[in-house]
Ligand binder design. Structure first.
Ligand code: MG
Length: 497
């Protein structure tokens, strides 16, 4: 048994109700994004808000809080029990720190802001969004103050998305990437081996045939379709879990440029396999989830970029592509490999390749940090964005829609979220490096032995769920905290050797 302490066991009994509400909310979210009729959103919004409130109330019930305080003084807890206590204390601390008026105000402002942002983006009208963005940064600053911080208000917000992440970590990691990637990008572009465009980007596919390809690739990877998981369609691909035995992913079909839907599937598979490989003994507890957003994104980027965009993977799935996509036979695996790996400094983050991607995060993190401290005003963001973009990637947006208005995150009140994407890329490269000390990853991919790779991930990362805080997990399983050096090393090896 992983949980033996009687107080912890009592806590976990009480936690089941909270878990059950989360389970219902996840199922409702999945339905909202996939099959719910459009007008269903009215009732769903009410039910969701009420359930979220109920979950919060259950978390702050005095009997639970007292038990948590009691267990905190017990010294003989094992790692699993300590993990439960760490996660619960953190949840309670955050819930207690934020006054109800702030939570309500945030909900109200972001709900309106998301609608205004969508329209402002469509009309290229920053001024329409500006007053909302000012409110959002103002609330973010207040949130940081209520949560408490010592060195930088950004610390408090980063920690909300990535436990223990500090501004100094972000500065170190992104500062390193900013200077190193500049050279890598310049060399990749000037060598011209990896193309900026590929004819396959224009080729249309039959959606029903593409769906077969996606399902076959998922089967090859070892995704338990229909048994413990599903593949559905949504406007934006995502992964959601109802628990360890029901994990679902989605993709989208644009009808053209098939790598987009395929790579979305491989990416979400990486998220899903993390949830699926958590130790079932952790079910219904606060640790039956990934360690953090960054570690989670590390799993998805590992499968998408390091596995999915490798030569060996393209060769391995080539027969499936040829069988179902009539145009695939016109291209060799080598040509498809270059199609999967075009490199082009571009304006839009979500379309960026793995070489240029992190520059988009450097830009966002630097800007949000400065707005938070008041060094920069919201009104100055569009121009700063455009100039910084030109400095980092040599391209300049000609509209706000392709610049400061492109991402949904700020309109949702998510300030401090972006760095987790880069942490994901770093964790993926760290896993690759650590794995390669034990076996040749690329030989495994070439022979379709994805089981060995999944099992390695299970043992090092997945099985622990959120038992260890992200930095501790990385130290324990991958040798140290975030190592951006591993990411640069991987990119140099793949693109420049
Ligand atoms: Mg992801």
């Amino acid at each position: 048994m992983v949980f033996e302490n009687p107080i912890v066991k009592k806590i976990l009994e009480k936690y089941r109700a909270i878990w059950s509400i989360s389970h219902a909310l996840s199922l409702m979210s999945w339905d909202s994004e996939t099959y719910m009729p459009r007008e269903g959103v009215r009732d769903r919004a009410v039910a969701r808000a009420e359930l979220e409130l109920l979950r919060q109330q259950l978390l702050l019930r005095p009997d639970l809080v007292e038990l948590v305080e009691l267990a905190d003084s017990v010294e003989s807890l094992n790692d699993y029990e300590r993990g439960v206590m760490r996660v619960l204390k953190r949840m309670i601390r955050i819930a207690k720190a934020l006054p109800p008026w702030l939570v309500a105000e945030r909900a109200k402002v972001t709900q309106e802001a998301m609608i205004v942002w969508r329209e402002a983006k469509a009309k290229n009208d920053f001024n329409a969004f500006k007053p909302y963005l000012e409110r959002i940064f103002d609330l973010a600053r207040k949130t940081a103050d209520y949560l408490g911080w010592e060195k930088h208000p950004y610390d408090a917000l980063l920690d909300l998305y990535e436990e223990g992440l500090r501004t100094e970590d972000v500065n170190r990691v992104l500062g390193y990437l900013k200077s190193e990637l500049k050279h890598v990008i310049n060399r990749v572009i000037s060598e011209g081996k990896y193309p900026q465009k590929h004819p396959l980007e224009e080729v249309k596919y039959d959606v029903s045939k593409m769906e077969i390809v996606n399902r076959k690739v998922l089967e090859l990877l070892g995704y338990p379709l229909g048994v413990r998981s599903r593949l559905d369609v949504s406007a934006h691909p995502f992964t959601i879990d109802m628990g360890i035995f029901d994990v679902r992913i989605t993709t989208r079909y644009e009808g053209v440029d098939f790598k987009r839907t395929l790579m979305a599937v491989v990416h979400e598979f990486g998220h899903a396999i993390y949830q699926l490989q958590i130790d079932p003994a952790l079910s219904y507890t606060p640790v039956s989830d990934g360690a953090s957003l960054g570690v989670h994104e590390g799993q998805s980027r590992f499968w998408e970029n390091i596995v999915g965009r490798s030569r060996e993977f393209v060769e391995y799935i080539y027969p499936v592509l040829r069988e179902h996509l009539d145009f695939a036979a016109k291209y060799t695996p080598e040509e498809i490999y270059y199609y999967f790996n075009t490199v082009k400094p571009s304006l839009i983050r979500v379309d960026a390749d793995e070489v240029t991607y992190n520059m988009h995060i450097v830009l966002r993190a630097d800007l949000e940090k400065m707005v938070l401290t008041g060094e920069v005003k919201v009104g100055d963001l569009p121009e700063l964005w455009n100039n910084y973009m030109e400095e980092l990637l040599g391209v300049k947006p000609s509209s706000h829609s392709e610049g400061v208005l492109q991402d949904i995150h700020w309109s949702m009140g998510s300030v401090g979220y972006f760095p987790t994407y880069t942490l994901g890329n770093i964790v993926a490269a760290m896993m690759r490096k650590t794995m390669m000390r034990e076996f040749n990853l690329y030989e495994k991919i070439a022979s379709g032995d994805f089981t060995s790779i999944r099992e390695w991930q299970r043992g090092k990362i997945h099985k622990y769920g959120a038992v260890y805080a992200p930095k501790d997990l990385l130290k324990r399983s991958l040798g140290s905290e975030y190592r951006p050096e591993d990411l640069v090393e991987y990119l140099v090896e793949k693109y420049l050797k």
